[in-house]
Design a protein around this ligand. Structure first.
Ligand SMILES: C[S@@+](CC[C@H](N)C(=O)[O-])C[C@H]1O[C@@H](n2cnc3c(N)ncnc32)[C@H](O)[C@@H]1O
Length: 236
């Protein structure tokens, strides 16, 4: 697969920023949480909402039947995905046990019918998830992407929501090879990144090593961060 050049990547960023200005989707209900809950797991924020916009824009075109969210937090994204395209099954994983409980509450509060749902605690795609390889059509991942000292990575509480280590890439780099094993050929990963994560380098590395085709789908500035959703398609 040819490398994505810096100039083509810059064009993608610009097109994605323009497109994103027109997007603002309806979100699942989250009224079952209060501000105290959000001291225990990640409060939906600009990155969560950008992911929901990306899913609304792109997911209906390929109607995935089996969807997995890695790091589901409040459950906002996986519930949004289930409402969008009526899949057969949804799976959600989080390392934070209170996020696992929160995801289940959001699923139940939104009264989704006819979709099989499993949520459990897991350190990325750890033990017990091998049985799903390679059967998933779509993975949603809003990782801990903030650059921090490496020592801050690896917790199981609220700090796991953001601590990404060097370049904010420690958790991302550990997760991606297993995500390619989990996805079917033709399956899609939607992943949040910030510019500090070096997305162009990431796209080209995974294109070369795993035959994954990556592009920038949507992009929005939120305070001091430039957030993008990458769409990465497994081609072999
Ligand atoms: C930025 S938050 C995103 C939460 C939610 N998906 C959203 O968009 O609002 C990152 C999530 O990843 C989870 N997480 C971090 N490290 C993880 C790991 N090693 N395995 C599974 N989940 C992890 C965190 O607990 C947190 O819920």
């Amino acid at each position: 697969m040819p490398k994505l050049s810096p100039s083509s990547y810059a064009l993608q960023l610009s097109a994605a920023s323009t497109l994103t200005k027109t997007l603002r989707c309806n979100l699942p209900t989250l009224s079952h949480f209060n501000y105290i809950d959000y001291s225990n797991f990640y409060e939906p924020s600009d990155d969560t909402f950008l992911m929901c916009d990306a899913l609304s824009l792109d997911m209906p075109s390929h109607s995935p039947k089996r969807i997995l969210e890695l790091g589901s937090g409040s459950g906002c994204n996986i519930v949004h995905a289930a409402c969008l395209c009526s899949p057969e099954s949804c799976f959600a994983l989080d390392v934070n046990p209170l996020a696992v409980e929160a995801t289940l509450k959001t699923w139940e509060a939104n009264e989704i019918e006819g979709v099989e749902f499993t949520v459990h605690r897991s350190d990325l795609l750890g033990k017990g998830t091998e049985a799903w390889w390679p059967s998933i059509d779509c993975v949603i991942f809003n990782p801990p992407y903030v650059p921090t000292p490496d020592e801050e990575v690896g917790g199981e509480g609220i700090e796991a929501s953001w601590a990404g280590g060097e370049d904010g890439r420690r958790v991302i780099d550990r997760a991606l090879p297993d995500i390619w094993k989990l996805l079917k050929v033709g399956g899609v990963l939607y992943m949040i990144v910030v510019d500090d994560n070096k997305p162009l380098e990431l796209i080209n590395k995974h294109s070369e090593e795993y035959g994954v085709e990556g592009s920038v789908l949507v992009r929005r500035q939120a305070r001091n961060e430039f957030l993008s959703v990458l769409k990465m398609v497994k081609t072999r």
